[in-house]
Design a protein around this ligand. Sequence first.
Ligand SMILES: Nc1ncnc2c1ncn2[C@@H]1O[C@H](COP(=O)(O)OP(=O)(O)O)[C@@H](O)[C@H]1O
Ligand SMILES: [Mg+2]
Length: 226
Amino acid sequence: MLVVTEDLVKVYKLGKVEIPALRGVSLDIEEGEFLGIFGPSGSGKSTLLHLIGVLDLPTSGRVIIEGVDVSKLNEDKRAELRAKKIGFVFQFFNLIPRLNALENVALPMAFMGVPRSERRERALKLLDLVDLRDRWNHKPNELSGGEEQRVAIARALANDPSIILADEPTGNLDSKTGKEIVNLFKRLNEEEGKTIVIVTHDQTIAEVCRRIIYLRDGVIYKEVVK
Ligand SMILES: Nc1ncnc2c1ncn2[C@@H]1O[C@H](COP(=O)(O)OP(=O)(O)O)[C@@H](O)[C@H]1O
Ligand SMILES: [Mg+2]
């Protein structure tokens, strides 16, 4: 199993107020899956994705990635695991404004110590994969929203991660552009064998997911396998 979550509980504390975001989520994710996580706003989708992506730690329960219990790793090892194994895609793209597309894609490779010439070559290949090779020199503000998201997807692939986690990746795009992004994820899953987990409200994404889990009030209440 690529990812196993065991009875994940996450309680946020705001001063004296405790906010239960997840109340016991157990989930297995297999290699090669295309999994959708649906649910209303506030149901815990982003929290779950952040825990799977080792951006945060649960209050209780465990996240096991390729057999490694994340809670047993120190901060440095967690950062390393995140850089090597996880690719993130966000609703607002989160590209670095002063870097061009190529530099944005190459950045995670620098963190892993990949030599400069190799970074450039690989970043160009990834831009090619998302059909943006001819935009390599554009800064984010010189790209459309859909193009920015494709750069962000190329960046997520930089270190050849085991899993791509996307949090409402079409939430800031018009429906036509959103469909193109959905098709890109589908292609990455079917042709490149990438494991993809998408958190979304977007029904066009539901059509391409092979499994969907539904969250409500911090628990999974339904699962659909196609
Ligand atoms: N950093 C945080 N601090 C406090 N409460 C949070 C934090 N992040 C999320 N929450 C709360 O946890 C619950 C789940 O949030 P979230 O996982 O973002 O849901 P979703 O992504 O489904 O909209 C919500 O009630 C939200 O307000
Ligand atoms: Mg969210």
